[in-house]
Design a protein around this ligand. Sequence first.
Ligand code: SAM
Ligand code: FES
Length: 351
Amino acid sequence: PISASQWLNTVQKEELKEIIRYFFEDASEEEREALYSCAKKLREIHYGKKVYFRGLIEFSSYCKNDCYYCGIRKSNAQARRYRLSEEEILACCQKGYELGFRTFVLQSGEDPYFTDEKLCSIIREIKRQFADCAVTISVGERGRESYEQIFQAGADRFLLRHETADENHYGKLHPSELTFSHRKECLMQLKEIGFQVGAGFMVESPYQTYGTLAEDFLFLRELNPHMIGVGPFIPHKDTDFAGYPAPSSEKTVILLALIRIMLPKTLIPATTALGTVDDQGREKALKAGANVVMPNLSPIEHRKDYALYDNKICTGEEAAECLFCLSNRIRSAGYIPDFSRGDYIDMQDSR
Ligand code: SAM
Ligand code: FES
């Protein structure tokens, strides 16, 4: 596995395209199993059989952006919008803390209502009340000063998927004011500031090709992020991409395994989107190198309104139900639910 890892770190674009194409189109069942088993070994070298739990709090469905794929894009007049107050967010954390969570992920659309001041006050309060917890922020693109303030307020990690590392493809998924070069700049800044940083992309998004996927791999190699979120693109009925087919889980699982082999220390979630396209999707991801799950702690009355895509699972379950269900699934798959902060391996014990 280690030499496979070294090799994947040296191959260039054309070879990457061919490797991905081969596993998608030509590889036998045995060859795919060998890929997953290699990924699994590498994950176990660094993280054993632990699967880290993060409590996801979707705190605002308002968004000023208009990404063509996303159900909460601003031009979707059908989307129901909500915002949680600071008290409601803290109540979600309290509930999560009692259930055992020691990482909270605060995610929202790009909502200008949450100024740096408001966001930082929430982060400070979470860190004051739950000092042994890590806080991850996922609020999209902001300026360097904002990111610095968010870090100073105590946030540990920042998730900002790069979506696609091909500028032309980026332009087919987003309006022209959003560019890959700016997204890259944000990710570089976040890393410099000292966050554990998460990048990532959707699988089978419209206009994705072997070429754009190879660019994603090259970019991930360059950025070397602490976390990589890769899940299937799932169409949303009120977006430009309605009518695209929802993919199967297969390609996502192959890419997760390849990414684990290329960047063995990365934290990789088995995403809710993967569980949506395939009931066994999250288990398949764990068996191919994923080592994180992010069950939802958002208030149940708002869950359905944070609809990035159609048919999202776990929108009717209480946090405790999802926790119970996921823990059982993880144990049945042969892994160990872990409720520690779950930092990147080289950063454990650093705070
Ligand atoms: N606004 C923040 C941002 O852009 O980073 C965080 C929220 S955004 C909705 C979170 C992620 O959802 C995006 O990075 C995107 O990859 C994913 N997403 C959006 N629409 C999706 C869809 N239709 N299918 C699958 N994933 C989707
Ligand atoms: Fe939510 Fe299974 S993880 S119901």
